[in-house]
Design a protein around this ligand. Structure first.
Ligand code: ZN
Ligand code: ZN
Length: 339
């Protein structure tokens, strides 16, 4: 089969490699229909995180089951699936306390979703109803990470307000999730087409932070109180200070994005103390968050097709990654077999 690997910084190639085959009785092999390009893939491609070469890339995977091992019960050939492509040991300290996103023993290899076929055990494959499109299903993984973030907002009630910083693919997922929850989404985004998309998908306001004072605007929209949570889909010194000042009392500031290269933040901790602000980090998603994402998508509650802007074949993996990096579009997906 064909599969893409990173051979060194900015050197990504699609090569011929061996087809996966059933090895263990719980193995499932799928034909990959779609795989999303994620900032994590860009980091590997740029060489910022390149543990070994050739390094497999692509973890936002959906497909159709083509073969199952003899013990597989929940899936059969022809089923549509979304793949929770991260190994969890299920027996370490963190797995046992329900935080399997922080598993200390991720046994398996890095996933290779930019490929024609893919194999993983049954427990990582989530069956989808026929009504779900497989290009949208590939986005279950980032959606599950957003659900992880929503769950960590410590005081949120119906009719509350959340400031979403950035309306790229992730910010637009947050807008839809907040709408589903009966929470007002206020978006801060410098790019006009992304602001328009946020409004189309249900944001109450989409503000240009290069022209408008975000803190004042958020306060004016919330009776002077501020946002009950601020979700930073990208991170920077000024974004963080805006978040602190735009936050209501008992607000949660969510560090959704990693900062590469690393940055330093300095701030007056008294503001955390007096306003009872919580600062929370988000690392991936648990198996439970992934299952929630699958249910939400299966129930028709998310319009993920609205945030897919580009589609590429496997042979154009470099263009796919460069397009995602350029921020000229929204979500970029690779479709090894075409649409
Ligand atoms: Zn991802
Ligand atoms: Zn574990």
């Amino acid at each position: 089969m064909k599969a893409s690997f990173v051979f060194g910084p900015k050197d990504v190639r699609t090569i011929e490699t061996t087809d996966p085959s059933i090895g263990k009785p719980d193995d499932v092999i799928i034909r990959i229909q779609a795989c999303g390009v994620c900032p994590f893939d860009i980091r590997i491609y740029e060489g910022l995180f390149l543990p070994y070469t050739p390094c497999p890339i692509g973890h936002e995977i959906s497909g159709i089951v083509v073969e199952v091992g003899e013990d597989v019960q929940s899936l059969k050939t022809g089923d549509k699936v979304a793949v929770d492509a991260i190994w969890r040991c299920n027996s370490c300290y963190y797995c046992r306390r329900g935080a399997d996103n922080l598993c200390e023993r991720r046994k398996g290899p890095l996933p290779n979703g930019f490929a024609e076929y893919f194999k993983m055990p049954e427990k990582y494959m989530h069956k989808l109803p026929d009504s779900v499109a497989l290009d949208e299903a590939a986005l279950c993984e980032p959606l599950a990470c957003c659900i992880n973030a929503i769950e960590k907002i410590y005081d949120i009630q119906l009719g509350d307000s959340v400031l979403v910083v950035g309306s790229g693919p992730i910010g637009l997922m947050f807008v839809q999730l907040l709408n589903n929850m009966g929470v007002r989404a206020i978006v801060s985004e410098p790019l006009e087409f992304r602001r328009e998309k946020a409004l189309e998908l249900g944001a109450e306001e989409a503000i240009d932070p290069t022209k408008v004072d975000i803190v004042e605007k958020v306060k004016s929209l919330t009776d002077g109180k501020g946002a009950n949570a601020v979700i930073m889909t990208f991170l920077g010194e000024s974004v963080f200070h805006q978040a602190l000042n735009a936050s209501a009392k008992r607000g949660t500031i969510v560090f959704f994005a990693a900062a590469y290269p690393p940055i330093k933040l300095s701030f007056d901790p008294n503001i955390i103390h007096h306003k009872e602000i919580a600062l929370v980090g988000i690392e991936g998603r648990t198996a439970n968050h992934f299952a929630q994402a699958v249910r939400l998508l299966s129930a028709g509650k998310m319009k993920l097709n609205k945030i897919i802007s580009h589609r590429f074949p496997l042979d154009q993996i470099k263009e796919a990654i460069e397009t995602a990096k350029s921020r000229n579009g929204l979500k970029v997906i690779v479709e090894p077999w075409g649409k």
